[in-house]
Design a protein around this ligand. Structure first.
Ligand code: SF4
Length: 254
């Protein structure tokens, strides 16, 4: 038996990927490719491992411009999935998502993993939410029909990821060239780093305006919404609340 401590991170991860592939023998295994740096490292390792997998990019419709072009150019094996409704259509229909009500994730991302085993680039050091998981997790939500989440990069630090990208000359999506350290939905309410959402909207102001227009349409149609009442149908006030990250009651002092 190999001593894991003397194996380097790459070898250890490749060994894990192959062992998962063996364990799931006969089943299709998927891999999420968001176009971000962790997905880039994950896909590189999956290619290195030689296992068979099906790579999927879920178009959230609010990823930084250029991400889909990057996927098409560098990941021709990645299938691009389109959601039933865009982020903007969801906002118009259901309101702005929040950290406590991130309904858009189900509609724009998680649907692709229902009932499937999927390699994902999630790492422990990314956030407190992501700590304490196992390398393979079974999704207990009924709607996910026993989906398995597999995290080969779980122990990788930011430094490990950047070193690996440099060592292997892995090409990154255009968003990284603008100074972003993470790639994901622009302005995602789950992002806790101070100033990050504002930075993203300053880089992509058209996305901010499109979300503002969507919530305006939503409030015009849904006068009964709490946000419609609290803002008196003013989408700028709604956006200011949304970016504050506070609950409606706290922000509007109710
Ligand atoms: S990552 Fe954020 S914005 Fe994107 S779908 Fe999930 S909660 Fe919504």
């Amino acid at each position: 038996m190999l001593n894991i401590e003397v194996m380097n991170l790459e070898e250890k991860t490749l060994k894990f990927i192959k062992s998962v592939s063996d364990a799931f023998f006969g089943m299709k295994i998927y891999a999420g490719n968001s176009g971000g740096k962790d997905s880039a490292v994950l896909d590189y390792l999956l290619q290195e491992s030689g296992i068979k997998y099906y790579s999927l990019y879920m178009n959230t419709t609010i990823d930084p411009p250029g991400t889909i072009g990057h996927i098409r150019k560098y990941y021709p094996h990645t299938q691009i999935l389109q959601p039933k409704l865009t982020f903007y259509e969801l906002v118009e229909k259901k309101g702005l998502p929040t950290r406590m009500n991130r309904y858009c994730c189900e509609r724009l991302k998680e649907y692709a993993g229902i009932g499937r085993a999927t390699f994902e680039g999630i790492r422990s050091c990314e956030s407190k939410n992501r700590q304490g998981r196992d390398y393979i997790g079974c999704d207990m939500r009924k709607s996910m029909k026993g989906a398995k989440h597999i995290y080969p990069l779980y122990d990788w630090t930011d430094e490990d990821i950047w070193n690996y990208i440099e060592k292997n000359n892995i090409k990154l999506a255009p968003a990284y060239g603008l100074g972003l350290k993470r790639l994901g939905c622009v302005g995602c309410p789950q992002v806790s780093r101070k100033g990050q959402r504002e930075l993203e909207f300053s880089l992509y102001p058209k996305i901010y305006i499109a979300i503002k227009n969507a919530i305006q349409r939503g409030m015009n149609k849904n006068r009964q919404w709490k946000i419609s009442d609290l803002t008196k149908y003013d989408s700028q006030i709604a956006m200011d609340w949304w970016l504050s990250g506070k609950s409606m009651n706290k922000y509007f002092d109710k």
